[in-house]
Write a protein that binds this ligand. Structure first.
Ligand SMILES: [Mg+2]
Length: 229
């Protein structure tokens, strides 16, 4: 089997359990403001958040408005009186505390580091939140660097994102690099366009109708250990 020494690993849904972090942060905020929280709130928030992110990624909503807009809409739908701007700021702090790891994430990062290879996190999302989550995570000592799209100015799908990453890591041999992630449209498509091998973390056995064919497909993170060398 081919071996790699540079691992670009997605954060949300790959190393970190984003769903759990999001639910935890929402619950904390609703408790803080003495608002009633139930499964419907969560479902509604997720739908609004997805719509708002889609509109940001299509360039229809500026980043500065996007984050506040999701709570403005949620407050409107639930008839909550409050300041969505402050709520968003406090929500992001709570989200940054949610460093819940996916099964195998710790062992994977440690094995890469112990094998004198390097693990980098490549992520879209909000810079302060992603930095805080890594800061709070037990995998931190094994991660060489964190690359957040917001700092770079391009989303992970964009080859300019990858060019930035390549120019900020010591590895220059693309054949020794691989990207691992749960998103076909961001991680796998991005990796293919950037000319590196890809590994799709397909933990839920989803069918691939994207047209992007990963080099490898895995169900558990520890399957990647065979590729370290
Ligand atoms: Mg992901």
């Amino acid at each position: 089997m081919k071996k790699y020494d540079t691992f670009l690993i997605d954060a949300d849904g790959t190393l970190f359990d984003y769903d759990m972090a999001e639910e935890n942060a929402l619950k904390c905020m609703f408790r803080k403001y003495q608002l009633s929280y139930n499964e419907n709130v969560r479902t509604l928030y997720r739908k609004i958040n997805r719509d708002v992110w889609d509109s940001f990624e299509k360039g229809q909503t500026p980043k500065s408005e996007m984050q506040v807009l999701r709570f403005k809409r949620l407050f409107g739908a639930l008839e909550i009186k409050g300041d969505p701007y402050i709520f968003n700021v406090e929500y992001l702090v709570e989200l940054g505390k949610g460093s819940f790891l996916i099964d195998g994430a710790f062992e994977l990062c440690k094995t890469i580091s112990d094998s004198h290879c390097r693990a980098y996190i490549v992520t879209n999302g909000i810079s302060t939140t992603q930095k805080a989550r890594l800061e709070n995570a037990i995998i931190k000592p094994y991660i060489s660097k964190l690359f957040v799209s917001e700092d770079i100015g391009f989303q992970k799908l964009n080859t300019l994102y990858f060019e930035y990453v390549f120019s900020h890591i010591p590895c220059t041999d693309k054949s020794k690099m691989i990207i691992i992630g749960d998103s076909l449209s961001a991680d796998i498509a991005g990796g293919i366009h950037a000319g590196i091998d890809t590994c799709w973390f397909n933990k839920c056995d989803t069918e691939n109708h994207s047209g992007f064919i990963p080099t490898y497909e895995i169900k558990k993170l520890l399957e990647i250990c065979d590729l370290i060398g």
